[in-house]
Write a protein that binds this ligand. Structure first.
Ligand code: KIV
Ligand code: ZN
Length: 543
């Protein structure tokens, strides 16, 4: 069986693992090349302004990536300005990443790209041209000879500006191997110092992509770094990237949250953590990424791009460290390593989140109550647990407020009466300060308060704070819709913190301001009740 990758073998299959390679594995530093601001920004619907790009670039510098591909300067004046601004500021900070710009082979593009990146302490020009028959015939309308000439010309021009030049044969994995090798040799002869192998349409399969990298290393002489650029059309971007590194690549091109054209690129956080968690598979390969900054980078990019992170996204998803099934919860409560391979804090996440739901066991139930300051044992615990299971069958997630109600109901506790929302009136819009007026009642007494705020929700919550006189800090606010459509129910969860206690409250209404006010008041009521219970307990225990 041939050990050449399928680009040359056609239909022949390869069963050779990249791990077998004698060429694989120059040990040493793995260059992390982040392209969130270039390929990531090409995701449909994303358009970042200069200030937003700068903010992301600053965070990428904190993450410690080696290169930031800041944009495609010739694409628009906005792109040029952003790349230049990043080169000037982030590119000159202490320990700054190198700043890279993308360029076609046209000489004027290359010059424009250089203009944008030149003021960074370290700058790179990334020159690309398509080499697959599909792209050459339908897009470039060029012959192989023309593509070769363009490659030589573009790379040589970039090399006149800087000695850090990357070259990419676009759609490499669908390019006939002999032609790709010829183009890559031409690029190295013209001065390219990094050869990037883009799996532009996500066509690669890990062992085949690894074999391709290995073959290129063998067949293209010269002093260059091989790089991977894998798209995720088959969900294999991270796997292909790792296979490439195992076969000898020493640069990985990645995006925060796996953003990028279509299904995206290999995710920065996944690739980096694979090296961190499985060094046995990549002996000697190291990165300088500060992994504790990954979650923050993920949140920032999600917020500025408007692309939410899927709940179960590896490493940075909100469920990545959450456990619902009883057996799993019991395990991680006993020892984290039972069901977690990554320490949450090592990627900047909050660990050991026990989510109570219908799969949860008694152990996690009791543990959560304990954390809420509710200590129940024996029969009381059994009764409350049975009731909790009944409720959990009907609801997806159980909030702390639900838990408190369950325990109160089962144990016949005399809960302190909370506040009720009697009336809410709000005014907002583009003119004037948003205002709210609320009436709350407690044990029959009504209190009215009014407030202004940053928006109608803020005003309503401030008015409630003033009416209830319960001080707290807002630490979480989440709005989701229960059903689709304009008449959807808004489901709001508010989290408050006071005196080291964290409580949440939930409110549902067709009006999101009302749902928010109800959620806020529910959280305030929880605070009031927990405080009353603690005071009661202290009285019972005595001095
Ligand atoms: O996917 C791709 O081919 C690219 C190149 C410009 C490197 O993004
Ligand atoms: Zn790409």
């Amino acid at each position: 069986m041939s050990d050449k990758p399928s680009a040359q073998r056609g239909k022949e299959q390869s069963n050779r693992s990249a791990r077998d390679s004698s060429l694989a594995g120059d040990s040493g530093h793995l260059v992390v090349f982040d392209t969130t601001l270039r390929d990531g920004e090409q995701s449909p619907g994303i358009s970042l302004d200069v200030a937003e790009k700068l903010e992301i670039a600053e965070q990428l510098a904190r993450v410690g990536v080696d290169y930031i591909e800041a944009g495609f300067p010739v694409a628009s004046q906005g792109d040029f300005d952003a790349v230049q601004a990043i080169a000037r500021s982030v590119g000159n900070a202490p320990d700054a990443p190198a700043i890279c710009g993308l360029s076609r082979t046209q000489l004027s593009d290359v010059d424009r790209c250089w203009e944008a990146v030149r003021e960074a302490a370290r700058s790179r020009i990334h020159v690309f041209i398509s080499t697959s028959p599909q792209h050459m015939e339908h897009m470039l309308k060029m012959t192989q000879a023309q593509v070769l000439a363009e490659t030589r010309g573009g790379v040589a021009r970039a090399r006149e500006h800087t000695d850090d030049v990357e070259f990419s044969p676009q759609d490499a994995t669908r390019t006939p191997l002999d032609f790709m090798l010829e183009v890559l040799r031409a690029a190295v002869e013209a001065g390219a110092t990094t050869l990037n192998i883009p799996d532009t349409v996500g066509y690669g399969i890990p062992w085949d992509f690894g074999a391709l990298i290995q073959h290129i290393r063998k067949e293209v002489p010269g002093d260059y770094v091989l790089s991977t650029h894998c798209h995720n059309d088959l969900g294999l971007a991270t796997a292909n990237t790792l296979a490439g590194v195992q076969a000898g690549a020493r640069q990985v091109e990645v995006c925060v949250n796996g953003l990028g054209e279509r299904a995206g690129n290999a995710a920065l956080e996944e690739v980096v953590m694979a090296f961190r968690i499985r060094p046995d598979q990549f002996p000697g390969v190291t990165t300088t990424v500060h992994t504790e900054e990954l979650a923050r980078a993920s949140r920032l990019v999600a917020r500025l791009t408007g692309y939410p992170v899927q709940y179960n996204k590896a490493v940075v998803g909100r469920n990545a460290f959450a456990h619902e099934s009883g057996i799993h919860q019991h395990g991680v409560l006993a020892d984290r390593s039972t069901y977690e391979i990554i320490e949450a804090a090592s990627v900047g996440q909050i660990g050991r989140q026990i989510v109570l739901g219908k799969h949860s066991g008694r152990h996690a139930f009791a543990n959560t109550l304990d954390k809420m300051g509710i200590h129940v044992q024996g029969d009381g615990l059994n009764q409350a647990f049975t009731r909790f299971k009944e409720l959990a069958d009907r609801k997806v997630e159980i909030t702390e407020a639900d838990l408190e109600a369950i325990v109160a109901e089962e144990l016949g506790q005399d809960l302190v009466e909370g506040f009720h929302l009697e009336a809410l009136e709000v005014a907002g819009g583009t003119v004037g300060m948003p205002r709210a007026r609320v009436v709350v009642s407690r044990s029959g007494d009504k209190v009215e308060a009014a407030a202004e705020g940053n928006g109608m929700i803020d005003a309503a919550c401030t008015a409630i704070r003033s009416a209830t006189k319960v001080e707290s800090r807002l630490i979480g606010f989440n709005v989701s819709s229960v059903t689709g459509g304009v008449d959807a129910l808004g489901d709001v969860v508010v989290q408050l913190e006071a005196d080291g206690l964290k409580v949440s409250g939930r409110g549902v209404s067709t009006d999101v301001v009302e749902a928010s006010a109800r959620a806020y008041l529910a959280a305030v009521n929880r605070l009031v009740r927990i405080r009353a219970r603690n005071e009661q307990r202290e009285l019972e225990i005595g001095p």
